[in-house]
Design a protein around this ligand. Structure first.
Ligand SMILES: *Cc1c(COP(=O)(O)O)cnc(C)c1O
Length: 511
């Protein structure tokens, strides 16, 4: 017996969006409940985190069955997700949540997300994403021009900076080896002398430079780090010194990574000077503008990225200062032809005749196959917000960071590390009033301050380390954060700091 087609059709109709009334009602029902649950979550929230312990959260989640034999009512499930998962999520829109490069998402982008997932286009072939493919191409072309590239540039949307940095270094490696060793890495793997290859970046470059080196088979030790100056930018004297040393050792530096907005400090490496060195030593210049790329939208700050068009490739993230929901980023390539280095043809996706027929297949430019239509949310956001408003949001957060740095500088119990913040990240620590604090004691104290604040659910801030010293970090992406919020956060830090310090003094006395 064949299964009855009719029966499956009818019993599954409400599970997928289609042209039936049943399907539409089911969709509306699910979305309405979702909106209601999200609304309640946001309306009732006062702190950036519930402060629930790992243990208690685990217990709550253990109550969820994973795959029951029979499905349950969707509304009930959505409500319980609201009560457990949303309620115990980090509220990224809260002004006291300012730890990482983790933005509140724009409402136009949230609307776009609904269309992206409902239409479920896949960017890996024309016959899975026709209009989406053309729209992504249009956005890439706009981005290339925004970054100062010419018509021979190209790019692709990525999952973020990690993937974009990896792609930059992959192409840099394969291009260098092709040119200098007359060797095809894609076909033949690494040449026998690959141990000579070196990548240069500053000590405050993103960790994914080293991660990429490892994934590319070169090993983390292939990354040579350059010291930074007092503004946390790549120090050119040290770059020159290290280049001399590498050459005198017969090594082959093939890529220089300049960071335009370092993750901790928002520092921008000297792009022009880096480009001169790259040209002279025939290295590939990759600029990691994951964080800083958005500056190009601002009349006030775009000069900070002057000469970025000299880069051979560029990383930009939209789920940071373009306020997009995760994930959304792009990789831009100055000379489109280098995409050929990684190009693969799959007979079922992008057969070679497509190229002759002028059918675009984005799969050849990506290390992903199935890929979301994330370009849509950026496009809808740019349309709805407009360049000027984007610039205003950005300018405001940078101004706020500058004012925050002044507050910290004038506070005797706080110490600011990046005296002159370029972007909107502030790195500081609590030192307290006493002058006899040892490094280790203060390190432990600052780490404890952060933990206490997160556990209380009142403030989510980050910690980082620089030259063995533990610091606290405020990443102020949120345009809804005010100087009043900053004052509150700094006071919380100081109060907890004082409390922990006096407790420690008591403990020391009692030993
Ligand atoms: C965030 C960041 C990355 C990593 O990007 P993801 O989007 O998290 O993959 C790389 N470089 C810099 C400078 C970053 O700030």
């Amino acid at each position: 017996m064949f299964p009855s087609k009719e029966k499956t059709e009818k019993s599954a109709e409400h599970l997928f969006l289609n042209n039936s009334q049943k399907s539409w009602l089911a969709y509306q029902h699910g979305m309405t409940q979702t909106h209601q649950t999200i609304y309640e979550q946001f309306a009732n929230l006062s702190l950036p985190y519930s402060g629930i312990s790992i243990h208690d959260l685990k217990e709550q989640l253990d109550l969820f069955s994973i795959c029951p034999e029979e499905g349950r009512d969707l509304s009930q499930i959505i409500i319980s997700v609201g009560e457990t998962i949303l309620k115990n999520s980090i509220a990224v829109h809260h002004p006291n949540c300012c730890a990482h490069l983790h933005c509140p998402p724009l409402i136009p982008a949230l609307a776009a997300e609904a269309m992206i997932s409902a239409s479920n286009q896949s960017m890996d072939s024309w016959d899975q994403s026709s209009a989406a493919t053309l729209m992504e191409e249009k956005l890439i072309s706009w981005l290339c021009h925004l970054f100062g590239y010419q018509d021979d540039a190209d790019g692709v949307f990525t999952s973020g900076g990690t993937q974009s940095n990896f792609m930059g270094l992959l192409l840099a490696r394969d291009q260098y080896i092709k040119e200098h060793f007359n060797w095809n890495v894609k076909k033949q793997g690494l040449p026998s002398n690959f141990h000579q290859l070196r990548i240069l970046c500053s000590t405050s470059a993103h960790f994914t430079v080293k991660q990429s080196a490892a994934l590319l088979g070169l090993g983390e030790n292939a990354v040579v780090t350059i010291e930074t100056d007092e503004q946390m930018r790549m120090c050119l004297d040290d770059l020159d010194k290290k280049l001399d040393i590498l050459y005198s050792q017969g090594l082959a530096p093939f890529a220089l990574v300049a960071t335009a907005g370092s993750t901790d400090f928002g520092a921008i490496d000297p792009i022009l000077a880096c480009s001169k060195r790259a040209k002279h030593y025939r290295m590939w210049l990759h600029v990691d503008a994951a964080y800083g790329g958005a500056l190009l939208l601002s009349d006030q700050y775009k000069h900070l990225l002057t000469n970025i068009e000299l880069a051979d490739s560029i990383t930009v993230d939209f789920h940071k200062l373009f306020y997009q929901p995760i994930s959304c980023g792009a990789f831009l390539l100055k000379r489109a032809k280098y995409f050929n280095l990684m190009k693969s043809n799959a007979d079922y996706l992008n057969p070679e005749e497509h190229e002759h027929q002028g059918i675009p297949d984005l799969v050849a430019k990506s290390i992903q196959t199935t890929r979301r239509f994330d370009a849509l949310k950026l496009w809808i956001s740019l349309q709805a917000i407009g360049r000027k408003k984007f610039a205003e949001l950005l300018d405001y957060t940078i101004e706020l960071a500058k004012n925050t740095s002044k507050l910290i500088l004038h506070d005797p119990s706080l110490e600011l590390l990046n005296k002159n913040p370029t972007l909107n990240a502030i790195v500081f620590r609590y030192t307290g009033k006493s002058m006899v604090n040892q490094l280790e004691t203060l390190n432990r104290l600052n780490i404890k301050i952060r933990q206490n604040l997160v556990n209380s659910g009142k403030v989510i801030l980050a910690q980082t380390k620089c030259n063995g010293i533990a610091y606290l970090k405020l990443t102020m992406l949120n345009p809804l954060m005010t100087i009043g919020d900053v004052t509150f956060i700094l006071n919380e830090v100081k109060q907890i700091g004082e409390l922990l310090q006096s407790r420690k003094r008591e403990d020391d006395k009692n030993v």
